[in-house]
Design a protein around this ligand. Structure first.
Ligand SMILES: *[C@@H]1O[C@H](CO)[C@@H](O)[C@H](O)[C@H]1NC(C)=O
Ligand SMILES: *[C@@H]1O[C@H](CO)[C@@H](O)[C@H](O)[C@H]1NC(C)=O
Ligand SMILES: *[C@@H]1O[C@H](CO)[C@@H](O)[C@H](O)[C@H]1NC(C)=O
Ligand SMILES: *[C@@H]1O[C@H](CO)[C@@H](O)[C@H](O)[C@H]1NC(C)=O
Ligand SMILES: *[C@@H]1O[C@H](CO)[C@@H](O)[C@H](O)[C@H]1NC(C)=O
Ligand SMILES: *[C@@H]1O[C@H](CO)[C@@H](O)[C@H](O)[C@H]1NC(C)=O
Ligand SMILES: *[C@@H]1O[C@H](CO)[C@@H](O)[C@H](O)[C@H]1NC(C)=O
Length: 475
């Protein structure tokens, strides 16, 4: 009996050793990863090791899809400090930081975690997240550090795109310089917190694309963003955090979002059958997504020629530029506002809301309260619901020239632009009131007809009865 137990014990011990050695996803203080060695996440989706991108000879520590060829890198540690030889080593220090050490140059990169550590280890999770934990920690989610907090050009499912408001950590994407060079390129894509928050894709400091504020369902400037068979998504905004996140529907069908070196936010899906990444969508769909292409108070309509139009009651600021297809200077009011005499509003539907950097919002107000608040504040230029769910709620006020508005054929939103009383009466207000009047006229005429008809029947009936009575009397 004892002998059998011993044999079973030895077998299971050897077996567990074998299992560990075939699927290592963790390294601790005493282990290193040298150039040429890798670790693989438990389910075999991601691999971590040293690589050379494209035609480059430089060596970088990165994470890529294990099953995808050609190699698709999703994260790079030492993107700004490459190794020029294969002497690189990844180590976990006693203090709980990850370091990439070169044989000749010492520490090239470190993960900067500041919390104190005890027997720390680093693990490559099946999500593609490289995490550092305290060895004595029982909470598996309590990371000293995680690569998901320091995105490069790729947003993987489960990564937060946005801010930790408490620590000020901003998780944004930054493009590679080129396919051969993972160092920071010109483009960034992240959530801007001024006014009502919205993601901006920038080239240096210049805004190239604005995804629009979250409207309860999606970012308003990306009408194509809907739950689908590949991924679902969510947005979290509270005092502690504000971020966008997406999840795979089927974890074996890969989806990744990448900010390309030429500044496009694209989503790809891996197609096993074709062995290639298929472009699923691009955030910027057409010319109207070039930030502020029509200038202030201009609306971009992609199917029109020219595609820029001034809003109702506005005209081009510089007609000759406008005629030459330079719309960048935008439009000016035909009739100036007169806050004292009283202004009105013109409604726009099916559009991307103007830039909300200089806006104010209150998520508990309704549209009526919002309108009166805007009307009472002479510097308010427009208002809208901040959330479109359930018929609309919340209040968003603009205090600046309205800019970067475009037309959408579907999933557009509504806002109300402040106009001089004469202008607003000349358009929406009169139309709605004249419609109302028309309705009243119809209702009144129908009732009059009805009353006349009924009276006629009554009179005929009375007359007939009288005739009968007269006849009876005659008999
Ligand atoms: C670590 O911190 C230093 C100084 O605070 C900073 O310059 C460096 O960029 C940080 N490195 C990373 C990987 O965050
Ligand atoms: C683990 O060790 C660290 C560093 O000594 C310490 O700060 C932390 O409180 C410990 N955690 C637990 C759960 O014991
Ligand atoms: C990035 O910016 C630099 C300097 O402004 C410029 O020379 C280069 O062409 C830009 N690259 C791209 C891809 O826009
Ligand atoms: C999309 O799916 C997520 C997760 O199932 C859900 O929380 C969210 O409400 C859905 N969004 C829409 C617009 O249906
Ligand atoms: C997930 O995708 C894989 C590969 O396409 C497929 O074999 C599997 O049936 C899918 N699972 C579900 C639950 O749809
Ligand atoms: C109008 O709104 C702005 C921005 O919120 C504010 O600074 C200003 O005090 C308001 N003016 C009035 C008269 O309420
Ligand atoms: C209001 O009605 C006039 C004439 O019927 C029309 O030209 C104008 O486009 C309408 N305005 C709106 C906002 O519907």
């Amino acid at each position: 009996m004892d002998a059998l137990a011993t044999v079973v014990f030895i077998f299971s011990y050897v077996f567990s050793l074998l299992r560990i050695s075939t699927a290592v996803d963790t390294i601790n203080v005493n282990q290193h990863i040298r150039d040429g060695e890798t670790i693989t996440s438990a389910g075999g989706t991601f691999q971590l090791g040293f690589f050379s991108p494209g035609d480059s000879k430089n060596r970088y520590l990165g994470i890529w899809y294990k099953k995808v060829a050609p190699q698709t890198v999703v994260w790079v540690a030492n993107r700004e400090s490459p190794l020029t030889d294969s002497s690189g080593v990844l180590k976990v220090t006693q203090q709980g930081t990850l370091v990439v050490v070169s044989g000749t140059n010492g520490i090239l990169w470190n993960s900067n975690s500041s919390r104190s550590a005890q027997d720390p280890n680093a693990q490559l999770l099946e999500s593609g997240n490289l995490v550092m934990r305290n060895g004595n920690d029982s909470d598996p989610e309590n990371f000293l550090w995680q690569s998901f907090d320091y995105p490069c050009d790729t947003l993987l499912p489960g990564m937060k795109f946005g801010w930790n408001r408490v620590t000020g950590l901003d998780r944004y994407l930054s493009s590679w310089k080129s396919a051969d060079d993972p160092s920071k390129g010109n483009f960034t894509y992240g959530i801007d917190l001024s006014g009502f928050p919205q993601p901006f894709l920038r080239n240096g400091l210049t805004v190239k694309f604005r995804a629009g504020p979250w409207n309860g369902v999606r970012f308003g400037g990306i009408p194509q963003l809907t739950n689908n068979s590949l991924f679902t998504f969510d947005y979290v905004s509270n005092e502690k955090e504000i971020y966008f996140i997406y999840y795979l529907v089927n974890s074996s069908v890969f989806v990744r979002r990448v900010l390309t070196p030429d500044g496009y936010s694209r989503r790809f899906t891996w197609t096993d059958k074709k062995n290639e990444w298929t472009l699923y969508s691009t955030a910027q769909r057409d010319d109207c997504d070039n930030y502020a292409i029509c200038g202030v108070y201009g609306i971009c309509k992609i199917d029109e020629s020219p595609k820029c139009e001034c809003m109702k009651g506005f005209r081009p600021k510089f007609q000759s530029n406008w005629d030459m297809a330079d719309w960048s200077k935008g439009c000016v009011r035909s009739t100036p506002l007169d806050c004292q005499k009283g202004d009105g509003f013109v409604k726009y539907s099916g559009v991307k809301l103007p830039d909300t950097r200089n806006s104010w919002f209150d998520e508990s107000m309704n549209l009526k309260e919002c309108a009166s608040l805007c009307l009472r504040n002479c510097s308010c230029t427009a208002y809208a619901n901040s959330d479109i769910r359930g018929g609309g709620s919340g209040c968003l006020l603009w205090f600046d020239d309205l800019i970067d508005i475009r037309d959408f054929t579907q999933n557009g939103q509504e806002f109300y632009a402040r106009m001089a009383a004469s202008e607003s009466e000349a358009s929406s207000c009169i139309n709605s009131s004249s419609k109302k009047k028309k309705k009243q006229v119809i209702v009144i005429s129908i009732s009059i007809t009805g009353i006349v008809f009924l009276s006629l029947i009554l009179i005929l009936y009375v007359l007939k009865k009288r005739k009968k009575q007269l006849k009876k009397k005659g008999e």
